[in-house]
Design a protein. Sequence first.
Length: 203
Amino acid sequence: MVLDLLVTILAGVGIGLSLAAPPGPVNAVIASHTVTRSWRAGFLVGVGATTADTIFLAITILARSVVAGIEPYVPFIALLGAGVMVYFAWNTAKSWRRADAIVGSTPEAHAKSYATGLSVNLTSPYPILWWLTAGLVLIRQLGPAVLVGFFAGLLLWISAFPLALREAQRRVAQAYRAVLLFSIACLLAFAAWLVWSAAAALL
């Protein structure tokens, strides 16, 4: 029984890491906030995104029929998400000129980092669709314990990823611009993908 529980939790950790680690808009914003501000700023972007996942999980479990009703509006949510990503890409591009200066971390900056991560996930239609489909299946098949591992995997990633970036930044002088370029490219690519998916659904 205990072994089964541990296996389920470890499976959840693996799922959480597999979803958090690939390049995407949240990781792009985590990267840009980490190199332009601090490890804590990058971590708080991840916490904001994880908060959105928690909200989506609660909505999915408590009101699945209501969530299913948003399907006709998914293309419009996708367009909104694309606009948000373009905005963050523009803000990241403006940091290019500050390549040799790291913005000091303040409570206001930390709150902004958290709000950024939260807004990126809340304005993307795909996290809620994931919870409504794959997320529910995982809970049904593996039990609620998988959620413990899932969120532990997310926490592990949003802690380790910014830490690795800060270490790389200390060791490699060009890490700052490389990370910013990666962030801008990812955000614009996902914005284009959201626009394409919205257009395909509407036309």
